[in-house]
Design a protein around this ligand. Structure first.
Ligand SMILES: [Zn+2]
Length: 330
């Protein structure tokens, strides 16, 4: 499939190669410049091809740290097959520390399958789906909560109908060893990277690794080891850190608590906490209106808090909590 984006490294070549995807971008300060999207390939003999991606949302940093370290330090002889690293997938967003691109306001994870000659974000989506996923067997897309949410470390597994990859996804869940796993039922018509992977017959795994617009202490090691165990399980890494003894609790469906009023929100629960329906979730203080009592919000279902909002100022409609419900998928 053709693309306006070109790579400075040859993805068909064996060995360790670091370089850039070049996205032509003609603007006032640079008439014939390109946007340099970091890429690396570690390819050694026979084995699966795996796309490792982070910076899909630019303000989610744990995955970016994990992948930049892995592509810098992994020895060639540890790989059997190919690892393709895209640590700052939406580079303009990642460079600016923003969820979406400052060039076109594009949210890469709502932009698949992209447009060949579209905006920068659309072109990146198009290249990932039609060039990188076209050659991949697996995709790991490492997200965190970004600037507005903080997650307890959670693996995300998207299921597409009678998902042909369900068994291997559940094996990867075990190898990864994050404390929580959230199963989503999705259809293939969608702008998500997991939908792009499904369209290309690629087994996809996503994460939510913490967030809050920072890098949480210990998270890159915890999730980096889990990622390596997963890559070992699927046969592309020859060695792996010791097996995780953690039991990963599985949850289904998503449920959220949204701000019903603008104001200053005070959370009454934390990520990782088990909750019961009817339990208080948050107070929204009405500081602009003297004498008005805070608005009280409640959880509507039993479950576990997977993420909570970070910034205190809220507007009506902001997501305050992201919940996992306890009915398990098989
Ligand atoms: Zn994200």
């Amino acid at each position: 499939m053709s693309s306006l984006i070109t790579s400075t490294i040859d993805l068909d070549k064996d060995g360790i190669h670091h370089g850039y995807l070049q996205l032509l971008h003609s603007v006032h300060r640079s008439a014939y410049g390109f946007i340099p999207i970091p890429i690396a390939s570690i390819k050694n003999g026979e084995g699966p091809t795996v796309l490792l991606m982070s910076g899909n949302h630019g303000d989610e940093y744990e995955g970016q740290v994990i992948l930049s370290e892995m592509m810098r330090t992994l020895p060639l002889e540890d790989v059997s097959g190919q690892l393709i690293f895209l640590p700052m997938a939406n580079f303009p967003a990642a460079e600016a520390g923003l969820r979406t691109s400052p060039l076109d306001q594009g949210n890469l994870n709502r932009s698949f399958p992209g447009v060949e000659n579209g905006t920068p974000t659309q072109q990146i989506a198009h290249y990932i789906e039609n060039t990188l996923l076209d050659r991949a067997d697996y995709m790991f897309d490492l997200h965190s909560g970004g600037s507005s949410l903080f997650y307890t470390p959670t693996l995300l597994i998207s299921l597409y109908g009678d998902d042909p990859h369900l068994a291997i996804k559940q094996q990867i869940q075990k190898a990864f060893g994050l404390p929580f796993t959230l199963y989503f039922e999705r259809d293939e018509i969608g702008g998500f990277s997991s939908a792009a992977a499904f369209r290309k017959g690629v087994c996809s795994i996503l994460t939510e690794l913490a967030g809050g617009g920072t890098v949480s202490k210990g998270l890159p090691d915890l999730a980096g080891d889990g990622l390596k165990r997963s890559l070992h399980h699927i046969g592309v890494l020859r060695s792996a850190p010791p097996p995780s003894t953690r039991v990963s609790r599985s949850f289904a469906e998503e449920g959220s608590v949204f701000a019903s009023e603008p104001g200053v929100y005070e959370p009454l629960a934390d990520p990782g906490e088990d909750i019961k329906a009817g339990q208080p979730a948050a107070l929204i203080h009405q500081i602009e209106t003297p004498g008005r009592a805070p608005v009280e919000l409640f959880f509507e279902a039993d479950g576990v808090v997977l993420a909570k909002r970070q910034p205190a100022r809220v507007r009506r409609g902001d997501c305050l909590f992201h919940l996992g419900h306890q009915e398990q998928l098989t």
